[in-house]
Design a protein around this ligand. Structure first.
Ligand code: 3HC
Length: 308
């Protein structure tokens, strides 16, 4: 198939499947995006995992456990979708460990109080939902189908986070203060999850041409902000942006400028928790070596039984 024929297929909203011909650049672009998405899901388990043993009630503990387990499953779907593009899980993990692959900047911030569990669920998963609902229409079949399943679970993640924030914002003055502090620390890193402005995004051009992305970084960011401002007002919390203001003419909220020096600092490995997150992942991967070895020995044995 020619690149022109391939583009016609994309323009006709046809899904591209693993066995279909695809330009090498399309395949490589997808491997980058899907693998970094998968890494984000798995690394994202750490900030919340820290609080499972410190949850304030058995109910809260069960909810957080379920959420963190969901994230592991999301990582699994996404790694599996990525492997259909002809790259192995080992290579993907090695790229992460060698710093050749990224994961979402948001997970390099510390979670300092229980209210942070609320802010992460409400804002981080809320932002992820906006991004991932759009990705359900991505042109690559396995990625698109994985998103459908993930989005169903993300809604629970966002609601449980918002419930924590609502309870604390309406609790004692100290609890309200903790909730506001968590919002202050997570608001700007959450809106930076959507990536650089469209004009500064080297990948958006091809991503939109090949319908890997269906909306741009700025479109998704604006959609998230428009959805979230009222949610903060309802529970009596203040979004830490003095420039946030409804613009009747645009039909959207105007908002302040993000700190792009901070963003690229964190993306390039110099955030508050980058080293901790990667060291933890490397140790967990090493500790799990025996499990992978045993699983491989078992599957090899099964294959030999079938063969003989
Ligand atoms: N953190 C880390 N890296 C980021 C980033 C961020 N917030 N935003 C952008 N980048 C990276 C991009 O990956 C790209 O890196 P690369 O060229 O080495 O691949 C580079 O910065 C340039 O950015 P672009 O905007 O040009 O890149 P993209 O077009 O890929 O857009 C994106 C970035 C919007 C994150 C897009 O990759 C995307 O939609 N990815 C899928 C969704 C995803 O990964 N979400 C991460 C969070 S997952 C999550 O929150 C799980 C939930 O359950 C908690």
């Amino acid at each position: 198939m020619s690149k022109e024929k391939f583009q016609e297929k994309i323009d006709a909203e046809k899904k591209i499947e693993p066995k279909d011909w695809m330009p090498e650049a399309y395949r490589k672009h997808l491997i980058r995006q899907i693998s970094q998405h998968a890494h984000s899901e798995i690394i994202g388990m750490q900030p919340e995992g820290n609080w499972i043993s410190r949850a304030p009630s058995l109910r809260a503990k069960m909810i957080l456990l379920a959420k963190v387990q969901d994230e592991a499953g999301h990582g699994l779907y996404l790694y599996s979708a990525c492997e259909t593009l002809g790259i192995s899980r080992q290579e993907l993990i090695q790229q992460l460990h060698e710093g050749k692959a990224k994961y979402s900047s948001i997970f390099n911030y510390p979670t300092l109080s229980w209210a942070d569990m609320g802010a992460v669920g409400w804002l981080v998963d809320g932002a992820a939902i906006v991004n991932q609902v759009s990705l359900q229409r991505t042109s690559y079949g396995p990625y698109s189908r994985g998103m459908v399943k993930i989005c169903k679970e993300e809604s629970f993640h966002q609601r449980q986070g918002y419930e924590i924030m609502s309870e604390m914002a309406n609790g004692t003055p100290e609890q309200k203060e903790m909730a506001q502090d968590a919002l202050n620390r997570f608001w700007w890193p959450s809106i930076m999850m959507f990536g650089p402005h469209d004009g500064d995004s080297p990948r958006t051009g091809n991503a939109m041409k090949w319908k890997i992305k269906r909306q741009t970084n700025d479109e998704l960011r604006q959609s998230f902000i428009d959805k979230t401002v009222h949610q903060a007002e309802i529970i009596g919390l203040t979004i830490p942006d003095p420039d946030l203001k409804w613009n009747e003419e645009r039909g959207h909220y105007d908002f302040g400028e993000m700190d792009w020096d901070e963003f690229w600092d964190v993306v390039n490995g110099n955030g508050p928790c980058n080293k901790q997150r990667l060291d933890h992942h490397k140790k967990a991967h090493d500790d799990g070596k025996w499990v992978r070895k045993a699983a491989k020995a078992y599957s090899d044995k099964q294959k030999n039984l079938v063969k003989n």
